[in-house]
Design a protein around this ligand. Structure first.
Ligand SMILES: *Cc1c(COP(=O)(O)O)cnc(C)c1O
Length: 411
């Protein structure tokens, strides 16, 4: 046996040992708690997380490399040429550069970070947007967001003490263009947040129509568009609908995406990208002891999430994500067809992997952890399924059988 195969054998034994060892923690409470994840996650249908995370070999590498004793921190700007020595900034920067063309940014006109979540990305979008507009116009902006957008946007406008106008959306969940126009204060800068995936119905605001309204009002002092694409920003770049998340087509200044939704990172994380012009219009926060200009909101930032992102880029990449995205779209159509076939009232927005439908019994809601909503336009009580990687046709069939058993034979 040569040296290389001996090393491989040792490595294999190490991982086998690790796996045997990993069966129990030695803490009863913890072991009982982990038991339920072996089965429970398979019917986790209501929330947009990918339960087929491909992080196992990442953790194996991390431990075998002894990285668990290195206390990394990505405080500071990953896009400068002076990365922080105790960081994974170099990998974070590569991640941002990888996604730059996928969201239609130019490589010499982009700034970005790996965030702690979609909400963290929206926080940066709204904060950067407000500062950009104030710096350009010396006026206070008004935030416009649809009433079906994710609540984080309302929370963040409140947190940042910004005036916000909630714009009514249509029955399917899209911001109504005429309502935006009516609400516009054309004497002040506009900070508009586009919902790319309204939370319950999975609607995408019609950015082209809304942009046209803003363009028509040339008297508006300045406009900033942030796209909240936490879920849809994951899969749309890998489908034929990629222009929906392209800055080139939709002319937004910034975008936020979650890492734990489509991409399958196993804990909260995300991406934030904006233009250089936005970055250059932020206030300087020169922090001498960090040797840098701290424009992002957080001081300490996670250094492991960028490594996980980087890892997935190598292991899954465009090819893998394209397959997953196609599969998700196919299974969404399949779920809708099956619901239609049994006469169960159900709706699905274009480009969306969310199907909402008449709410079934509490039993089914609990088994499948379905998210719940209410809308008189659709007969009252509703529930939805977000078709992620683990929601397969086979599991959809089981779900449909459960509905049928409840409803009796098809009409
Ligand atoms: C999930 C989601 C959020 C919140 O993102 P987190 O990563 O959970 O903080 C915001 N907006 C939209 C459209 C979402 O789908």
């Amino acid at each position: 046996m040569n040296f290389k195969s001996r090393i491989l054998l040792l490595q294999a034994l190490f991982f086998v040992g690790l796996n045997l060892f990993a069966q129990t923690s030695g803490f009863k409470e913890l072991d009982e708690w982990t038991e339920k994840w072996k089965t429970g996650q398979q019917t986790y249908f209501g929330y947009p997380v990918n339960q087929q995370s491909a992080m196992r070999d990442f953790y194996e590498w991390y431990l075998s490399a002894g990285m668990e004793v290195v206390n990394l921190n990505n405080a500071g700007d990953p896009m400068t040429d002076k990365p922080w020595p105790m960081s994974s900034h170099a990998f974070e920067r590569e991640v941002i550069e990888y996604f730059t063309p996928l969201y239609g940014f130019d490589k010499d006109d982009v700034w970005g970070i790996v965030t702690h979540s979609g909400t963290d990305g929206n926080n940066h979008g709204i904060y950067f947007g407000a500062n950009y507009l104030k710096n350009k116009t010396k006026l206070q902006p008004v935030v416009y967001v649809s009433d079906e957008a994710h609540y984080s946007n309302m929370r963040l406008a409140h947190l940042q003490n910004l005036e916000m106008r909630l714009i009514k959306s249509d029955a399917m969940g899209r911001m109504i263009p005429e309502e935006l126009e009516k609400a516009l204060d054309v004497t002040r800068p506009v900070l508009i947040v586009y919902a790319m995936g309204s939370t319950f119905k999975g609607a995408i605001d019609d950015m082209e129509t809304l942009n046209a309204i803003l363009d028509r009002h040339t008297e508006i002092p300045a406009v900033y568009r942030h796209v909240d694409a936490a879920l849809f920003g994951g899969y749309l770049p890998f489908t034929e609908h990629r222009r929906m998340v392209s800055r080139k087509a939709m002319h937004f200044e910034s975008i936020a995406i979650s890492g734990h939704k489509f991409f399958g990172i196993d804990s909260p994380s995300g991406l934030f990208l904006c233009t250089r012009d936005v970055y250059d219009n932020q206030a300087d926060f020169n922090v001498t002891y960090l040797n840098g200009n701290m424009r992002m909101i957080n001081c300490s930032r996670d250094a492991v999430q960028p490594l996980k992102f980087w890892w997935l880029i190598q292991k899954v990449g465009i090819e893998g994500w394209t397959k997953q995205a196609a599969n998700i779209m196919e299974c969404t159509a399949y779920l809708k067809q099956r619901l239609d076939a049994i006469g169960w009232p159900a709706w699905n927005n274009k480009y969306s992997n969310t199907v909402f439908f008449r709410r079934p019994s509490e039993d089914i809601v609990n088994t499948y952890i379905l998210a719940q909503g209410n809308d008189e336009n659709f007969g009252g009580k509703l529930a939805h399924i977000v078709v992620m990687q683990h929601v397969t046709k086979e599991k959809i069939d089981q779900f449909i059988s459960a509905l049928q058993a409840e409803a009796g034979p098809a009409k």
